[in-house]
Design a protein around this ligand. Structure first.
Ligand code: 2HA
Ligand code: ZN
Length: 262
């Protein structure tokens, strides 16, 4: 299949970022998944025939009628998504009833097990008329480790701790890190709880599981997780050296907020 330039760029972005996820050690086996709303970038896909029977989504995504997505495939490894996004993912279109999707490319690949979260989020982004097109879930070891400590799970405790490790984290992840208490992977409950957090955050922690980020593109979503992970590493390295890191002072944080208009 021949794709237009914009769509080829998006597929290249998927290849690049999925490679980073593997190199970072955030994507053991088939850990993590990616979806990208490509509706406006690929009008020619609208006329494509379905190549597999319709599949029920499990709920209605009323703002996604006929929307088209690239999604990584269930069971597919990021290290291979990186080599060939289209052999390890599919292109799906939401049906007229907004309750089913159909696959329009490629054969024999079913979408990620986290499709409920991905589609519910894209639906929510449409409601908000958001410019965000990319949704990414991954398993950053350092951040997940921090989610095993109950005091860190109270609202904005981790946000402030991670912000205070290095100025960039506040500057480039200005909304902080939302927290979703543990829910079964792939469940509608996980999707619903995630959307609740996305009202206030662009990155959310799935307790004892991973992180999910939304952004205008995959690079932005990746960079926010990477920045938070950097802070987590500084915190853990300090603890390993035997001290509790001081963190930026409130005054330094206030100064940052003003300087960067946060
Ligand atoms: O795709 O990470 O949460 C595998 C997962 C499920
Ligand atoms: Zn996961």
């Amino acid at each position: 299949m021949k794709y237009n330039k914009q769509l080829s760029d998006i597929i290249s972005q998927v290849a690049q970022i999925s490679g980073y996820l593997w190199e970072k050690g955030w994507a053991e086996r088939n850990g993590g998944n990616i979806s990208y709303n490509i509706t406006e970038f690929a009008p020619e896909l609208m006329s494509f025939e379905a190549i597999a029977p319709e599949v029920e989504i499990g709920f209605e995504v009323s703002h996604l009628k006929n929307a088209i997505f690239y999604v990584t495939g269930t069971g597919k490894r990021m290290r291979y998504v990186s080599q060939s996004p289209l052999d390890n993912g599919s292109i799906i279109r939401i049906c007229d009833d907004c309750r089913h999707y159909e696959t329009i490319a490629e054969y024999d690949i079913r979408p990620t097990s986290e499709l409920p979260s991905h589609l519910a989020i894209h639906d929510y982004l449409q409601v908000r008329s958001s410019s965000y097109k990319a949704v990414m879930h991954t398993h950053p070891t350092d951040l997940i480790a921090m989610s095993h400590h109950t005091p860190f799970l109270k609202k904005d405790v981790l946000t402030h701790l991670l912000w205070s490790m290095i100025p960039e984290t506040r500057a480039f992840c200005p909304k902080g890190l939302g927290i979703v208490p543990y829910k079964l992977p792939g469940s509608v409950e996980l999707a619903t709880a995630t959307i609740e957090q996305l009202k206030n955050y662009d990155v959310v922690m799935w307790e004892k599981h991973g992180v999910l980020a939304v952004g205008e593109n995959l690079i932005e979503a990746f960079d926010m997780i990477d920045t938070l992970s950097k802070s987590a590493q500084i915190y853990m390295d300090s603890r390993m050296m035997g001290f509790i890191p001081e963190g930026l002072s409130d005054l330094q944080m206030d100064e940052l907020r003003e300087a960067f208009n946060l």
